[in-house]
Design a protein. Structure first.
Length: 462
């Protein structure tokens, strides 16, 4: 009797341990590999599902918290605690749910299932993409595009050559008979297809359109606010000014179509919030105000727009870059091979002898030019950027200060989880550089690429 009682107690304890181990105390479901099999870990490096899958991908929708996996050539899903909630039975799936649906791929055709694995839209479309408005879904069949809702009901018959996503004003660019127009979310054509090219509506409510290689601009009703007669138009800035090109000369126009600065310059860049724009005259760059008056004489070989701190990078006659203020006074002497606009934190990247450094608004080095070119990867959600120095990666904060010295072979950011690679193994650190999980994983997260192999397909929505 005592032996039986001890056995029962032991089984209860083991069951409780197993249950505790399967519970995910973190927020993330992250694929990881040990010995060629995939499982899932949380942001602390703890196993949610021990490695047993042929392949796995991360959950990219925290509202659903389900991640896809492949087993024996079929795809299914686990939840955040590692429980298989959709059995592996589909030829391909997506890592993203939208309004409770995700895409499946069967016999080279797309359909949708819900979070329980029930087929809601039968796989019959050649292409499918979730749109950002009202749960609508773009579909393609026989090379024609249409729109369905989340029940599969046809909202827009497949007859268009292309349909874009809807802009903030509720209009989507369409292409019909090789002409572009715009329709609303009910499928009603608001602007008839008539343009040789067109861009999506901006948040300001304007769309640039082209006829016979000449650009203009329309409002949401299709009314032309700028006639189609310009060789190019750049988007409106926050002050409602856009650069135009006519007969090889550049000027500026406002949102009502009024030319504020006649096309007269050999080249021009956008107006900054300070109200100055770089312009090129007879091979030299200077700056004008929004009346077209030259306020900084054209004496530079190149000039960039002013940053929010009131400084602009310019290339002087010695072929070096420095920084001027809005009166044209040189604040940081020309000394760099190249330079960038100051960011909102008052930091600029400068280049010297094939290396990159960081300076503040006084020209003082935050980091000497030691960073490999093109090797600063910003992650605003973390307040950090990855830097690469002599093929070793570390981190700087928004002020440019090194907070984690370069020491890792590679770095991978997933949400707010920082993976670091050392000696061919991945581990996890926090934002201070403290080790959260020792390097132990052969692979993590997965490459965000589509994979096609017969009927095996996994797609990722960016």
């Amino acid at each position: 009797m005592k032996k039986n009682l001890l056995l029962i107690i032991l089984l209860v304890v083991l069951t409780n341990i197993t249950t505790a181990q399967n519970k995910n105390n973190g927020q993330y479901i992250i694929p990881a590999v040990i010995e060629e099999k995939w499982g899932f870990i949380n942001e602390y490096g703890q196993w949610i599902v021990e490695p047993k899958f042929d392949y796995a991908y991360p959950c990219n929708d925290n509202s659903v918290a389900m991640a896809p996996f492949e087993l024996n050539g079929k795809w299914g899903y686990v939840d955040k605690n590692g429980k298989i909630v959709i059995e592996p039975k589909f030829g391909g799936v997506s890592d993203y749910f939208s309004n409770g649906l995700t895409k499946i791929f069967e016999n080279h055709l797309w359909g949708c299932i819900d979070t329980k694995g029930k087929i809601v839209i039968e796989p019959k479309y050649d292409y499918m993409k979730f749109l950002s408005t009202n749960g609508l879904i773009l579909v393609e069949i026989n090379d024609k595009c249409g729109i369905i809702d989340r029940t599969g009901r046809i909202v827009v018959e497949p007859k268009f050559e292309s349909i874009d996503d809807f802009s903030t004003n509720g209009l989507a660019r369409i292409k019909l008979n090789n002409k572009y127009g715009f329709m609303n979310t009910t499928g009603k054509i608001v602007v008839e297809p008539q343009f040789d090219n067109a861009e999506a509506f901006s948040d300001q409510g304007f769309a640039f359109v082209m006829i016979n290689n000449e650009w203009g601009c329309i409002d949401k009703t299709g009314k032309k606010i700028i006639e189609t007669k310009y060789e190019s138009i750049k988007p409106f800035n926050t002050k409602g000014l856009a650069r135009i090109e006519q007969n090889g000369k550049y000027g500026f126009i406002n949102t009502s179509g009024k030319i504020l600065v006649e096309p007269q310059f050999d080249d021009a860049d956008a107006f900054s919030d300070q109200g100055l724009a770089p312009v090129k005259i007879d091979g030299k760059w200077g700056y004008i105000n929004d009346k077209g008056k030259i306020v900084i004489e054209p004496t530079f070989k190149k000039a960039l727009p002013f940053a929010s701190n009131g400084l602009a990078a310019v290339k002087a006659n010695n072929n070096k870059y420095g920084y001027i203020n809005q009166t044209g006074m040189m604040i940081i002497q020309p000394q760099f091979n190249n330079a960038t606009i100051f960011d909102d934190y008052g930091v600029a990247e400068v280049f010297l002898n094939d290396k990159k450094g960081l300076i503040d608004a006084t020209g003082k080095y935050i980091i000497e030019p030691i960073i490999d070119l093109m090797k600063i990867e910003k992650h605003p959600n973390l307040g950090l950027s990855v830097i690469d120095v002599d093929n070793e990666k570390g981190f700087i904060d928004n002020s440019g200060k090194i907070v984690i010295k370069p020491q890792y072979d590679d770095v991978l950011i997933f949400g707010e989880v920082i993976f670091v690679k050392k000696n061919k193994k991945w581990g996890i650190i926090d934002k201070s550089g403290k080790t959260v999980a020792e390097p132990q994983f052969v692979k993590v997260v997965g490459e965000f690429l589509s994979i096609v192999d017969d009927d095996i397909y996994i797609e990722f929505d960016e």
